[in-house]
Design a protein around this ligand. Structure first.
Ligand code: WQD
Length: 371
């Protein structure tokens, strides 16, 4: 039987995590172990991913293929090192091939109100995870970072060489963890790490079986618009946070990419950590790199509203209110480094993102809480 590589995905039951697990399973080369505290996710998502992967198995699937569609799931709080250790202990030293660390709190505004909670959950937890990985001889790490590390960037589109200058505690947690990874990889070349700076993921798997289902009212624009259109969010009017930005229509511009393209970028990054990969120069001081995951195309809030109006048929009303703390005018990626070095591509367009988001939301009006 082909030997599958055990990979831990933290935040595996979440929006990004569940789509990353799906694409990992498609490779038939990895066996996924999910760690999640379900703070902002639903265990049902993991069952859905497995069922989706199993439904796509070929008739001549091998035992290893079938095994690759199963998920071993642990409810675990990453701020508790003992809980992390208990998971790694089940697989023994060298038993985990790599870790994709997605679990984090991610609301910019919230992070300004409860910074200590963000530093504990996003930074301390990452340190604890890396320490346990070292104890269990696991040295391959893909890190979920964010375009918010750039703060208000001086150049658009934004290259990875841009100075990191996050404005919010959330963004600073991402900068701190990238710094920790850089120092760790410089200290010990047995470590290989890639940080993925997400721009704005959107949409859902085209089957509508998995999708974005944050607990409580969505903070992000697209899931909010989708929930407004199905009546899950009762607001009749969208509040647009400012139209006095230096952008074409005055509203903020962001780089939206399809969640499936973002998820595929994670497999490319994980594969790049393999010893035979050419991504890292053998003579480099450290095996650590950061890549933007974006399309390189900026779209404004009003353009998104218009696209969702077309996709859903819902007649969105909006009112312009004051700016939201932590928002910056434009976060549009220069995606060329990931395209060149990882072979990353983000071909899906806005219409496809909105169509797949709407397909998910109409099939799951209450998200994963189907009762
Ligand atoms: C998009 C635009 C808002 C809601 C977030 C996270 C970031 C990253 C990506 C993880 C902004 C405007 C929104 C509303 C609005 N996640 N908006 N009314 O802020 O670009 O990034 O997701 O890495 O960490 O912060 O996405 O969807 O919240 O906002 O006008 O009710 O929509 O001002 O300009 P954002 P978003």
């Amino acid at each position: 039987m082909t030997t599958l590589k055990n990979v831990i995905v933290t935040g595996g039951a979440g929006y990004i995590g569940s789509h990353v697990i799906y694409v990992l399973q498609k490779t038939r080369r990895y066996k996924v172990i999910s760690i999640d505290n379900h703070h902002n996710s639903h265990p049902a998502a993991l069952d859905r991913v497995s069922k989706l992967s199993q439904s796509e198995l070929p008739d001549d699937a091998t035992d290893a293929d079938r095994e690759s569609t199963k998920i071993e799931s642990y409810k675990c709080d990453l701020t508790q090192p003992e809980q992390i250790k208990a998971v790694f202990e089940k697989y023994g030293k060298g038993g985990i091939w790599g870790v994709i660390h997605i679990a984090a709190y991610k609301a910019v505004g919230e992070s300004t109100q409860i910074p200590l909670t963000y530093y504990a959950n996003n930074v301390s937890a990452t340190v604890f995870l890396l320490q346990v990985m070292a104890d269990y001889e696991c040295h391959r790490f893909v890190y979920s970072s964010s375009a918010t590390v750039y703060g208000t960037p001086p150049v658009i589109p934004i290259p990875e060489s841009t100075k990191l200058q996050a404005d919010s505690p959330y963004g600073k947690t991402k900068v701190m963890c990238e710094t920790i990874l850089d120092d760790l990889c410089h200290s010990d070349k047995s470590w290989r790490a890639i940080s993925l700076r997400y721009f704005n993921p959107a949409g859902a798997h085209p089957s509508g079986q998995i999708g974005e289902d944050p607990r409580g009212r969505p903070g992000n624009l697209l899931p909010l618009l989708a929930q407004m259109a199905v009546g899950r969010v009762k607001d009749a009017t969208l509040k647009v946070f400012g139209n006095d930005y230096p952008t074409p229509d005055g509203t903020c511009v962001r780089d939206y990419l399809h969640i499936m393209d973002l998820a595929s970028g994670h497999v490319l990054a994980l594969d790049a950590l393999a010893p035979e990969s050419k991504v890292f120069d053998a003579n480099a001081d450290a095996f650590f790199k950061a890549y933007n995951l974006g399309k390189g195309k900026g779209l404004s809030v009003l353009q998104i509203v218009d696209a969702m109006r077309k996709a859903t048929g819902f007649d969105y009303k909006y009112e312009i209110i004051g700016r939201r703390r932590g928002d910056v005018p434009d976060l549009t990626a220069d995606p060329t480094l990931a395209e060149k070095e990882l072979g990353f591509k983000a071909p899906a367009n806005l219409e496809t993102m909105c169509r797949d988001l709407w397909n998910w939301q109409t099939k799951n009006r209450l998200g994963y809480d189907t009762q």
